[in-house]
Design a protein around this ligand. Sequence first.
Ligand code: GNR
Ligand code: NI
Length: 167
Amino acid sequence: MALLNILRYPDPRLYKRAAPVLEVDESVRALVRNMAETMYAAPGMGLAATQVDVHQRLIVIDASESRNELLVLINPEIVSSEGVQYREEGCLSVPGIYEPVERAERVTVRALGLDGGSFTIVAEELLAVCIQHEMDHLEGKIFVDYLSRLKQQRIKAKLQKQLRKTA
Ligand code: GNR
Ligand code: NI
């Protein structure tokens, strides 16, 4: 097991689009184990492969309070979505920044699991937000992209200042 390095906004690698996973093999399962370990250690509610500089369509999520409901989504697709919700989001790639974003209230998602089989889930509330946030990462999109230019500039400046302090 290993902890993976999480890319920080505005790293240009966060803007790459991920390619589909062609086969759920042992290397994919090993990567998922390391991503889950990295997410739990952070701690975070989700992690997309893009954030650890692997540009494949893979997500791990645990939106449970008890932190024991790992959801692995490989090649996820939103089949349908309904409603809107507006919730504060954060991101492990944008540490210390929390801003509200508009998302669908409920999503039906089809994906492959670790066994390579296809399944469908219906998610709402926070889990639905988390899935949409992670799927955006696979498209090279970060939640700050939804904010005003002014807010984006302020966030960049704040993170660059943090980076200089820890360098
Ligand atoms: O840890 C995380 N918390 C969170 C809170 C509200 C909406 C989305 C998230 S996902 C985030 C982890 C992360 O950066 N995933 O990409
Ligand atoms: Ni994120």
